[in-house]
Design a protein around this ligand. Structure first.
Ligand code: SF4
Length: 393
């Protein structure tokens, strides 16, 4: 038996043994448990199962087009492969579908801070936690101020400008929508991609935004359907999926990802990957956020997620959604350059750059220029997403 398949077995067994502990919400990644703790003898049945999982992985790596019919078992088989092999193979898939070393620079501006009625337990902008977080509700920024920030982002190499508002939904916000439409038109007029994240959206609002030229709408699923109620109680998973459907039906690109480190298990991470990769069309963009614990929120004292868990999600996402842009989002500020480079090798190809990511710090334009120069990365051009189709072979 090869060393790599021995590791694969060990990891798989660790996963199986630890699963019953899920209810206790094991804090770190379930696959980061020291191997020697879980190394019982292998039966021929288990060996046969492992060969099946390896075959699933090898077939997935040969992909020449995206597929939307992944099973949880298949994703699980990929997810639990030995990490370096998983990352390497994800990099191979990445190079087949995208230009290696090309990374999209995107800037996110909070156009309306705080005062949100939702109870997302990681978020500083919810009114429920404002007494403890100290985040006050602000008015919507003016169109002029937003466009000035977009111009600055463009001058610093960003090709996508994302505007976020802390709202549950757009219902009853006609005037705000009018202003946002002007912002979208202004950003598009600069030759940048425009993205907004405004909470739940109905079909008519999505249509209006599409007509204004909106390139993408962000609405994260955050985590698995099973774990979601532990994080948010004020809107359902199905409501989130409905917004994604409204966006897609309007012809706008979908940006939808997750947050890691909410206390979820690896099974939940697989659940999230399963949901997004089985949407009628893969999201054009999949943001991978690492929770940045904010004092005063219910998750304010949460232990940060391990880097290896983050990398495992990035690499698995790349393999099962080969033409999607995988975006390293919140939490990049705490990652060393080397960790970021490993993510880029394993298939990540977008980052947020600028002053802030909503209420948390972001890697600055200057830092990212140095990072790109040092590692030979190239900023992706606007609407220059690398070939969606892989060469047939
Ligand atoms: S994540 Fe969005 S919807 Fe949830 S509380 Fe924060 S601003 Fe509101």
């Amino acid at each position: 038996m090869s060393a790599s398949s021995l590791t694969a077995r060990t990891v798989w067994r660790a996963h199986k043994l630890v699963l019953p502990l899920r209810a206790t919400r094991w804090n770190s990644s379930l696959v980061d448990i020291p191997a020697q703790k879980f190394d019982p003898p292998v039966t021929s049945h288990e060996q046969a199962q492992e060969e099946v999982r390896r075959k699933i992985f090898q077939d997935a790596v040969k992909a020449t087009a995206p597929r939307q019919n992944w099973t949880r078992e298949e994703i699980s088989a990929i997810f639990y492969q030995p990490l370096l092999d998983l990352a390497y193979q994800a990099g191979t898939v990445h190079r087949r579908f995208h230009k290696a070393g090309e990374v999209q620079l995107c800037t996110l501006m909070n156009i309306k801070t705080g005062g949100c009625t939702e109870d997302c337990s990681y978020c500083a902008q919810s009114t429920r936690y404002s007494k403890d977080t100290g985040v006050k509700a602000s008015r919507v920024e003016s169109v002029e101020d937003v466009l000035a920030k977009a111009r600055e982002a463009k001058e610093n190499g960003s090709t996508r400008f994302c505007m976020g508002a802390a709202w549950r939904e757009m219902k009853g916000r006609k005037n705000s929508l009018k202003n946002i439409i002007e912002m979208v038109k202004g950003v598009r007029g600069m030759g940048m991609e425009a993205c907004v994240t405004l909470g739940m959206l109905d079909a008519d609002q999505a249509k209006q935004l599409k007509e204004a030229g909106l390139s993408a709408y962000n609405h994260n699923l955050d985590t698995s359907r099973e774990y979601y109620p532990s994080v948010i109680s004020t809107r359902s998973y199905d409501e989130r999926l409905q917004t994604l459907s409204n966006v897609r039906d309007a012809g706008i690109n979908v940006c939808s990802g997750g947050i890691l480190g909410l206390g979820e298990s690896s099974t939940d991470r697989i659940g999230l990957l399963h949901t997004v990769s089985n949407l009628p069309q893969h999201p054009e963009s999949f943001p991978v956020n690492a929770l940045v614990p904010i004092k005063g929120t219910p998750l304010g004292a949460t232990e940060p997620i391990s880097f290896t868990s983050m990398l495992r999600v990035v690499a698995t996402a790349r393999i099962i959604m080969p033409s999607t842009i995988i975006r390293i989002a919140a939490g990049r500020k705490t990652m060393s350059e080397e960790k970021q480079a490993l993510c880029f090798m394993a298939g990540a190809n977008a980052v947020f750059t600028g002053e802030k990511m909503l209420t948390t710090d972001c890697n600055s334009y200057e830092e990212d220029k140095v990072l790109f120069g040092r590692w030979g990365l190239e900023p992706m051009k606007s609407f220059d997403k690398s070939p969606p189709e892989a060469p047939s072979s």
